[in-house]
Design a protein. Structure first.
Length: 393
């Protein structure tokens, strides 16, 4: 049967593209990837020119094995494709002796603990040394930083395209502009119905990002919240542009004192006129990804500039452009990786909670191993939704 597959992947963003590639890489050629838009696209969670990658993970030590393996996979893909996907420019994570919050508690302490546990190269820098190395940052005297030389940024659109191209070259089928309508048990297989066709598969992987809540049972979707996230590019005063180049500026995450969220940003990767990308995780919940407001108001821009103006020097206040993406967030800002409670062979992969892109190659590899061999090299048990039962007790 031409519409019969061993595995179908729904959603070809960060995790979906990685999973499809890894399935094809281990010889599973009867695989199909289905994407409701084209991929890469600018309507989900995997766009915006850059994504931070780091090895010591402040969201929890369980993520560091994924990050470490992901760096290895990015380099393998770069070797195969001769593309520049991962720019290792270092990462600066700024905190205060008074304490500060990013989006999880103890972010900086957990980052340092993970660095020590996994022997990740790092430095602890005091305020004076940070100002000397990176004069664009305006720190208070009690602020300090964790510096990780192996951190950097990824090109998300190029990463996704590279993996889809490799998957296709390995024999995987890819269908764009095709939307999943339903899936159900059909004998020993799963029947998958889209707006264009119906298929039969042994395994179904759901990795549809912010569209996941409408595809999975409430027992999982109740833990998912879709949030609107705005990215900003601010203009650099021309005479100071050299300070913002990737050679002179690392990626950064900054926990602001007396603020519920921090800021993060990147060097100027698009030249002197491309601006510097900065954002804050001031997340606004939305009811549906299809209803998200993709317009950014002047008030939002002004608020963002007021947040960063006394932290980042040498910006002139002009916002060159903005972009809106989505985070799908769980209560503990973690992932959910589960098998469907009722339909055998359906795997639920969500959500990335705003920090998943860096882990996506290793997640894809682990999921491919799980559905093919029944187990994965990296333990995925910490990402089961059962942990929320413990949080609620």
């Amino acid at each position: 049967m031409s519409n019969n597959f061993s595995t179908i992947v729904i959603g070809l963003g960060a995790v979906g593209s990685s999973t499809l590639y890894q399935l094809s890489k281990i010889g599973n050629t009867k695989v199909l990837g289905i994407e409701q838009f084209t991929s890469p696209h600018s309507l989900g969670s995997s766009h915006g020119e850059t994504r931070i990658t780091r090895l010591a993970i402040g969201e929890g030590e369980v993520y560091s094995p994924l990050a470490i393996r992901s760096h290895q996979i990015w380099r393998e893909i770069e070797h195969k494709t001769q593309l520049n996907l991962f720019n290792q420019i270092g990462g600066l994570f700024i905190s205060s002796k008074e304490g500060s919050t990013i989006h999880v508690e103890n972010f900086f302490a957990t980052t340092l603990d993970a660095a020590k546990k996994f022997n990740i190269s790092h430095e602890i820098l005091e305020q004076a040394e940070i100002q000397k190395r990176y004069p664009i940052f305006n720190l208070d005297v009690d602020e300090y930083a964790y510096f990780e030389p192996d951190a950097g940024y990824l090109n998300p659109e190029l990463c996704i395209k590279a993996q889809l191209d490799l998957a296709h070259a390995n024999g995987a089928k890819i269908h764009m502009n095709e939307k999943l309508l339903s899936y159900e048990q059909f004998g020993n297989q799963i029947k998958v119905v889209t707006n264009k066709n119906e298929y039969f598969t042994d395994k179904l992987i759901l990795s549809a990002g912010s569209w996941m809540p409408e595809l999975i049972p409430n027992e999982y979707s109740q833990y998912l919240q879709v949030h609107r996230q705005v990215l900003y590019w601010f203009n650099i005063k021309p005479e100071y542009y050299p300070l913002f180049t990737p050679e002179n500026m690392p990626i950064f995450i900054w926990g602001i004192k007396n603020s519920p969220q921090g800021i993060y940003g990147f060097p100027a990767i698009a030249g002197a006129n491309g601006g510097v990308k900065i954002a804050t995780e001031s997340l606004v919940r939305v009811n549906s990804p299809d209803e998200i407001n993709r317009e950014v108001s002047n008030e939002e821009i002004a608020t963002m500039y007021n947040t960063i103006s006394n932290k980042i020097r040498y910006l002139d206040g002009v916002c060159i452009k903005t972009s809106v993406c989505m985070y799908t967030v769980t209560p503990d800002h973690g992932f959910i990786i589960n098998e469907h409670p009722e339909i055998r062979g359906v795997h639920i992969i969500s959500s990335c909670s705003g920090h998943g892109f860096k882990h996506s190659p290793a997640l894809g590899e682990s999921i491919a191993q799980l559905v093919t061999y029944g187990k994965s090299n990296i333990d995925l048990a910490p990402f089961s939704s059962s942990r929320f039962n413990l949080l609620n007790n």
